[in-house]
Design a protein around this ligand. Structure first.
Ligand SMILES: NC(=O)c1ccc[n+]([C@@H]2O[C@H](COP(=O)([O-])OP(=O)(O)OC[C@H]3O[C@@H](n4cnc5c(N)ncnc54)[C@H](O)[C@@H]3O)[C@@H](O)[C@H]2O)c1
Length: 318
């Protein structure tokens, strides 16, 4: 298959690209290489594919309709995997406009072009953030997600709704994946698993927001990649899938895991919780297990051990 991967220089996009190329698919990557975190990291992510004849890279903005239309017209891919986004929760409070532009307008461009160019299957990357302060755990796809608590989450929910309109009106096949806090080798340098490792390794203060009781359903990158590839391969019409580990760990215990992996103690300093951060994420993955054969296997202790080994080899690049 020939597949468009938006945001293919990022953490999840490049990991999915690697797997698609390994199994013989062709990948067209579009990425803006923005400076939300160091573009050098994104350059290194795509450099590994540069010599692959089944790989093509375009640098530009998915919110630029004409730019994207030319790519659809030239490349004639069959399927789309769309993780390109402004992805942080906290920065979306400071600059919601850039989130609306990339996440909402960018996604609308891709949906509209997918309709015009007869794309067989469109995989939209939403987020566990859409669950907001959902009281019922674990979170399931049928829970009400009408109450996002950050502009980031609101844009993700908005893209799910627009995708449904395109499915309803134009019969576009859409699978929506909602990843839950993804970590692992190549992980995003703005996220807590990376920052916590860096802070403990360097002996600097570990910023803990809140008392350490917030819980996250951390999901290992290889498990997410398997779930995404299954969602690219399978056509259902319009479906939403949680991709989590369905296991939670509190922040204090998570810090203890990192301490153990590094063999160093954390110097923890408590800060007030950010408004916009949710107290818990916890995925019900029954539906993904059944329909995508999704089967996350990686325990946090093993996944963080792999991450810390990777970090030690690569930290000079950050
Ligand atoms: N990492 C997680 O824990 C997590 C959890 C839930 C959902 N998600 C979602 O998964 C997707 C990928 O996340 P990630 O962690 O790989 O983030 P990332 O920031 O590493 O990757 C996103 C990529 O998109 C690119 N991009 C951003 N705006 C663009 C634009 N306007 N045009 C073209 N390219 C653009 C960036 O340069 C980056 O390479 C995002 O949609 C994110 O919201 C991630």
């Amino acid at each position: 298959m020939k597949i468009l991967v938006t945001g293919g220089a990022g953490f999840i996009g490049s990991a999915v690209t690697k797997k698609l190329l390994e199994r013989g698919d062709s990948v067209v990557c579009v990425d803006s290489f923005n400076d939300y975190y160091s573009p050098k990291v994104k350059e290194a992510n795509v450099a590994q594919f540069a010599q692959n004849p089944n790989y093509k890279l375009y640098r530009g903005d998915i919110a630029d309709y004409d730019f994207m239309k030319n790519i659809f017209a030239m490349e004639k891919f069959e399927r789309v995997f769309h993780p390109a986004a402004r992805a942080g929760v906290r920065p979306s409070i400071a600059d919601p406009f850039i989130y609306a532009d990339t996440n909402y307008i960018g996604t609308l461009n891709l949906l509209d072009l997918s309709k015009d160019f007869g794309i067989e299957n469109f995989v939209l990357t939403s987020s566990s953030s859409v669950y907001g302060e959902n009281k019922k755990v674990p979170f399931s796809e049928t829970d009400n997600v009408d109450f996002p608590i950050s502009p980031y989450a609101a844009t993700k929910k908005a893209t799910e709704l627009m995708a449904h309109a395109y499915h309803y009106l134009h019969k576009l096949n859409v699978n929506i994946v909602r990843p839950f806090t993804v970590y692992g080798p190549g992980g995003r340098p703005d996220m807590f698993p990376f920052l916590c490792t860096k802070w403990i390794d360097e002996g600097t203060e570990v910023k803990r927001f809140g008392d350490g009781s917030t819980r996250r359903d951390y999901t290992y990158i290889d498990d997410i990649v398997d779930g995404v590839i299954s969602a690219i391969d399978r056509i259902f019409g319009y479906e939403i899938f949680n991709l989590g580990n369905s296991d939670t760990i509190d922040l204090n215990s998570f810090i203890a895991v990192v301490e153990k992996c590094l063999g160093k103690k954390a110097n923890i300093k408590e800060y007030p919780m950010f408004s916009g951060d949710v107290p818990i994420t916890y995925a019900d993955i029954t539906k993904a297990r059944k329909m995508l054969d999704y089967n996350p296997k990686t325990k946090i202790e093993d996944g963080m051990k792999n991450f810390v080994e990777w970090y030690q080899k690569n930290k000079q690049n950050y």
